[in-house]
Design a protein around this ligand. Structure first.
Ligand code: MLT
Length: 259
């Protein structure tokens, strides 16, 4: 039994669920929440287990399935049968795992700055180093290491400082739990051809962690999903270019006939 997810639940209308990236929390979605609510939708932004106000999973082996169990329990509690899931990076891994396990709960799927494949051997090795770093020095040391890769060149210092603040507020247990869950996550590539709902890929032009080429490949595997490349953005495209990100998502939602 997982603890309830902390969340913001705003607006009325067709429900969207927003799944944050690593190692931050649901505060990253402020601009998207506002835009989606203004477009007449209900928006539930959750903190995944171990982030923000949500307790870590009570297990020695945290997994994406543990996150999805907690998410499904939250949807049940809110009475949400079907949602549009929007996940960025770690949030995209969770959204794809939800698609694999409970496709009937998805009205549509937005995968942003993420990947379907599992970790490469190099990434697995760097997860092990990062586990040691976080255990020894805490999340602030990890975000310092990650920052040069998260944002496009020339990103404003204010955004870097915000990411430092958010990351340093996360618990060691939550961050190490996510490192283990990401390291051991299953490859979700085979999920893509079976997706039966509208799918959008969004990626920052300068995303060096999950590059645009991977999103084009995922879109092709998903039967020709749309790819929106956000000019000038890096890996955290929703925070770096919020207006362009929101415009892309809302235009697609209306063309896909989402209520
Ligand atoms: C994220 O932004 O959530 C992370 O870069 C994901 C990862 O480390 O694989």
């Amino acid at each position: 039994m997982s603890s309830p997810l902390s969340l913001d639940d705003d607006g009325q209308g067709d429900p969207w669920v927003l799944l944050h990236s690593f190692p931050i929390d649901r505060r990253m979605w402020a601009s998207q929440r506002q835009a989606l609510v203004a477009s007449g939708r209900r928006v539930v932004a959750v903190d995944l287990p171990g982030f923000g106000g949500t307790l870590p999973l009570a297990t020695d082996a945290p997994s994406l399935d543990g996150y999805v169990d907690a998410l499904l329990a939250t949807l049940d509690r809110l009475g949400l049968d079907r949602v549009t899931a929007l996940g960025l990076s770690l949030g995209g891994y969770v959204a794809l795992r939800l698609a694999a396990r409970a496709p009937e709960r998805l009205r549509a799927l937005v995968l942003a700055d993420t990947r379907a494949a599992g970790d490469s051997p190099e990434t697995r090795a760097s997860r092990v180093l990062n586990l040691g770093l976080v255990r020894a020095k805490g999340p602030p040391a990890l975000i310092e290491k990650m920052l040069p890769h998260l944002l496009a060149p020339g990103a404003p210092d204010a955004l870097k400082d915000q990411l430092r603040r958010w990351a340093s507020e996360q618990s060691v247990e939550g961050v190490t739990g996510a490192l283990l869950a990401m390291r051991d996550r299953p490859d979700a590539t085979s999920v893509l051809p079976g997706l039966r709902c509208p799918v959008l890929m969004v990626v920052g032009e300068h995303d060096g962690i999950t590059p645009a080429a991977e999103h084009h490949a995922m879109a092709a595997a998903a039967g020709g999903a749309r790819v929106e490349v956000i000019a000038g953005a890096g890996h955290l495209s929703n925070l770096e270019r919020p207006d362009a990100f929101n415009r892309s998502v809302l235009a697609w939602a209306s063309e896909a006939g989402l209520p």
